[in-house]
Write a protein that binds this ligand. Structure first.
Ligand SMILES: [Cu+2]
Length: 295
């Protein structure tokens, strides 16, 4: 265990992924606390067990049956009260962590309309106007993974809805997912979530609710960039691209941003870098990837 090469920071996460959001970090603290408390209780229980095994082991002159005892009121009260106390403490931290992760600020910096459909995602930036008069949209297709460009350090609101069946919005590095319903807010479900991303990067997102044939193709990417890069990107998306005489697509805008911010590099890649489109043509897929040993 000691030489397996974990850093202390990694070790103290006890398998929790390195979070990229404020909410994920808070949930990670709860996880670490819960594991440490469980280990303390575990050591206590194991200790008592092994002490009993050794102290009361069978000896040469042991009686056939150990002395039978019954009814110890103080002891019974303690072993009823202590588990209640432990459940209570876990319950308290569960509720406060949940409240923190689901807290909604009334004034998010960016609000995204997330629409799941069979079988991709459509991301609309509220409060923006593309040259066609509509909200700026990034829509995925079977050949292009949609890249959702977002600023770091800001409160981002996601308003989730579906055009057809139930999907699930899951960015793995957020350590959080939420189902996406065709009819928002039925049965008191809350289809609005917020996150604050703490570092730049490309984070893969997936649909986490089996929704049909090409469910596995519903990949997307969150591209968390510095505020000035985001401002340049969203500014371009609202302009006409002189090269095409049409609004800038997400890829065209990213390529343009890459020239404005030479340091941005891979972070401003016009295509997704954390995942890739799936081949949806089954025959072509079989032809290009013959199954080993099969025919
Ligand atoms: Cu789906």
């Amino acid at each position: 265990m000691l030489i397996s090469g974990c850093s202390t920071q990694e070790f103290m996460r006890f398998g929790w992924p390195d979070p990229v959001t404020v909410q994920g970090a808070r949930m990670g603290q709860f996880w670490t606390g819960a594991v440490i408390s469980a280990l303390i209780i575990g050591v206590l229980v194991w200790g008592l067990m092994f002490w009993a095994f050794i102290a009361y082991r069978k000896r040469k002159n042991s009686p056939l049956y150990p002395k039978q005892t019954k009814e110890n009121l103080p002891l019974e009260l303690i072993y009823t009260a202590v588990p209640f106390l432990m459940v209570g403490v876990l319950f308290y931290f569960t509720v406060t962590t949940e409240n923190f992760a689901l807290k909604r600020d009334p004034n998010p910096a960016v609000t995204i309309d997330v629409t799941g459909f069979k079988w991709n995602w459509d991301f609309g930036y509220q409060g923006t106007t593309a040259p066609d008069g509509q909200e700026v949209h990034t829509i995925g297709s079977s050949t292009e993974v949609p890249v959702l460009v977002l600023p770091v350090g800001q409160i981002i609101q996601y308003e989730l809805s579906s055009r057809d069946v139930i999907h699930s919005f899951w960015v793995i590095d957020y350590v959080f997912k939420r189902d996406v319903f065709p009819d928002p807010e039925p049965n008191n479900t809350q289809n609005v979530i917020q996150t604050t991303i703490t570092r730049t990067g490309a984070f893969v997102g997936r649909c986490a609710e089996l929704c049909g044939t090409y469910h596995s193709a519903m990949n997307f990417e969150v591209r968390a960039v510095p505020q000035d890069v985001y401002d340049a990107y969203i500014g371009l998306r609202q302009q006409v691209n002189p090269a095409t005489n049409d609004g800038y697509t997400a890829a065209e805008a990213l390529r343009q941003v890459q020239t404005q911010f030479p340091d941005c590099g891979e972070l401003c890649s016009p295509v997704a870098t954390s995942t890739y489109p799936f081949t949806t043509n089954r025959q072509a897929q079989e032809a290009s990837q013959p199954i080993a040993g099969g025919n």
